[in-house]
Design a protein around this ligand. Structure first.
Ligand SMILES: [Zn+2]
Length: 290
C-alpha cells in the first residue's frame, strides 16, 4: 500500500480583468483495481458560477467550470489523495503471494517430470529509482528475471540511464527487455545512453533483449550489432501476450541476422544447463562484489 498526495496548482494572471470561457479539468483520477481515491478537492478562484462533474468515455471525472464576471486572476488548486497499491500492479496483478504459489506448482511439476524441467521467470518493472518491483528475496526464487521500464519515460537521459544501470547491477536481473522503449508509430524511444547500458551489461553479465514484437524491434539491428561488438550477451524474445504471437520469433531472428548475431551470442541457443550456469555466474560474482 502506498499513499500518495498529488497537488496541482495552475494560476493564470492578466494585466486587465478578463472574462473566462468554459474550463474543463481532468484532475480527479478514476478509481481502478490498483488505486483507490481517498480524497479529492478542487478549489477554483474566482468561484465558478457553475461547476458540473461529468464522466468521459473512459470513466474519468471531468469538471466543467463556467464563470460570470471578470477577474485578473484565475486559479485552479487541486489536491488528491490516493491509495496506490503496489502489490496489485506488479505484473498486472501478480502479487508476491500468487507468484510464490506458481513457484510451488512449478517445483511440484519439475519433481514429477522426467524428460523436461520448467524454468520460471518474470518480467519485473524497473521502478523510477532503479529498484526492482519485487524484493530481492522474491527474485532469488526465480530462475531468470527480465527487468523493464514501462513508466516514467519523461525522466530524462541521465535519470533513465541510471535506472537501467542500477537494475543491471542487481544480481538477480538476467536481462533488460526492450532497452529503448520505442513503440513504432506510437512512441519514440525514451532518452537513454545506450553506450553506458552496453558497458554495464558486459561488466555485470546482464543480457540485452532483441524484442521481436513488430512495433518494438528493440534493440534494433544496428544497436544489437554495436552491443554484440562490445561482447554483450543478447536474447531474442517475442514479448508474447498470446500463443500465436510466439511466431514473432522469426521477426526477432531477422533483426539478429541483420546484426550479424551468431548462435553463440544468444541466450536462446544455450542448453538449459549452460543458461542456468550463465545466470548463476552473475548472481555469484555480484555476491562477491557485495
Ligand atoms: Zn515489457
Amino acid at each position: 500500500m502506498q499513499l500518495l498526495t498529488v497537488r496541482h496548482v495552475t494560476t493564470y494572471r492578466y494585466r486587465h480583468p478578463v472574462s473566462f470561457g468554459e474550463h474543463r479539468l481532468m484532475v480527479r483520477p478514476r478509481d481502478s483495481y490498483d488505486q483507490r481515491l481517498l480524497e479529492a478537492n478542487l478549489h477554483i478562484i474566482p468561484e465558478p458560477s457553475e461547476l458540473r462533474w461529468v464522466h468521459d468515455v473512459f470513466g474519468n471525472c471531468v469538471a466543467i467550470a463556467r464563470f460570470s464576471g471578470t477577474a485578473c486572476e484565475l486559479r485552479f488548486d487541486s489536491t488528491i489523495r490516493l491509495d496506490h497499491s503496489r502489490s496489485l500492479t506488479v505484473a498486472h496483478g501478480m502479487t508476491v503471494a500468487r507468484l510464490r504459489q506458481q513457484m510451488t506448482k512449478i517445483r511440484a511439476l519439475n519433481a514429477r517430470a522426467k524428460r523436461f524441467q520448467l524454468l520460471m521467470g518474470a518480467e519485473v518493472d524497473i521502478l523510477s529509482d532503479g529498484a526492482m518491483d519485487y524484493p530481492n528475496d522474491v527474485l532469488a526464487g526465480l530462475d531468470f528475471v527480465v527487468g523493464s521500464i514501462h513508466s516514467g519515460f519523461t525522466q530524462g537521459e541521465a535519470a533513465i540511464t541510471r535506472r537501467v544501470v542500477t537494475a543491471m547491477r542487481n544480481p538477480y536481473v538476467t536481462l533488460i527487455a526492450h532497452p529503448t522503449g520505442r513503440l513504432m508509430g506510437q512512441r519514440e524511444p525514451y532518452p537513454v545512453d545506450l553506450e553506458a547500458v552496453y558497458r554495464t551489461a558486459k561488466e555485470t553479465g546482464t543480457a540485452l533483449e532483441i524484442n521481436a514484437y513488430p512495433k518494438r524491434l528493440d534493440l534494433c539491428d544496428t544497436a544489437a550489432r554495436r552491443a554484440n561488438g562490445l561482447g554483450v550477451m543478447l536474447a531474442i524474445s517475442t514479448d508474447t501476450h498470446s500463443v500465436d504471437q510466439l511466431e514473432q520469433m522469426a521477426i526477432g531472428l531477422g533483426v539478429a541476422r541483420r546484426a550479424w548475431i551468431e548462435p553463440k551470442h544468444l541466450l536462446n541457443c544455450r542448453s538449459r544447463a549452460m543458461l542456468l550456469q550463465w545466470i548463476a555466474r552473475k548472481r555469484a560474482s555480484a555476491g562477491r562484489r557485495g
